[in-house]
Design a protein around this ligand. Structure first.
Ligand SMILES: C[S@@+](CC[C@H](N)C(=O)[O-])C[C@H]1O[C@@H](n2cnc3c(N)ncnc32)[C@H](O)[C@@H]1O
Length: 183
């Protein structure tokens, strides 16, 4: 079976083509941005609130000669609509804190939900949002509960919401949520 991270990439790859606009809502060390940049997508937007994340992501893209198709933005994903006006095909959120940085700086439920709401508005029909939920830390547990409550309330005629989780794994293993816009 696909592990959570490989499944997240698979469901995004399925909807990306050469005309796609895609977003990494939490670029951190840049791994997801690099993955998106390596697809056939036309343009990649990446957000993070930490300088260190912006410089790590920018450096990784430079090393791979992929910076030209990416815009790496030092701002919260809640402001996504200040930067992107066109419709988008896919978004990835990798929640939690940045490894090898300040663990007190982490995604939080309220702003994550706001960013998901705005992403859904920008998303094309059949576009997908994938959210990798890390909930081993205290604020991650609160964020997970808020997010699941919000996502469960979405109209099933407008958006499908999938939870992909290995339920017998120990230690609050991360799980995946995939949204697909229906109308
Ligand atoms: C788990 S890390 C992301 C890992 C990253 N995707 C990678 O491939 O390395 C979570 C990131 O979310 C960022 N973050 C937290 N709140 C944010 C916000 N409101 N907007 C954008 N990024 C945020 C953190 O600074 C951190 O870098």
């Amino acid at each position: 079976m696909d592990k959570v991270l490989s499944f997240s990439k698979k469901v995004l790859k399925e909807i990306i083509d050469k005309n796609s606009i895609v977003v990494d809502a939490t670029c951190g060390n840049g791994n997801d941005t690099l993955f998106l940049a390596k697809t056939s997508a036309k343009k990649v937007y990446s957000f993070d609130i930490q300088d260190i994340a912006i410089s790590r992501t920018t450096n990784l893209l430079k090393e791979n000669n992929l910076l030209s198709k990416c815009e790496v933005i030092l701002d919260s994903h809640t402001n996504i609509d200040n930067y992107i006006v066109e419709q988008i095909n896919g978004v990835i959120f990798n929640l939690g804190y940045l490894p090898n940085a300040d663990h007190a700086i982490t995604t939080v439920g309220e702003s994550t939900i706001k960013a998901v709401e705005k992403s859904l508005k920008l998303l094309k029909i059949k576009g997908r949002i994938v959210i990798v939920v890390y909930w081993g830390h205290d604020s991650g547990k609160i964020e997970k509960e808020m997010l699941l409550e919000y996502l469960s309330s979405l109209n099933q005629k407008e958006v499908e919401v999938l939870q992909y989780q290995f339920i017998n794994q120990k230690n609050n293993a991360p799980f995946l949520i995939v949204l697909e816009k229906l109308k």
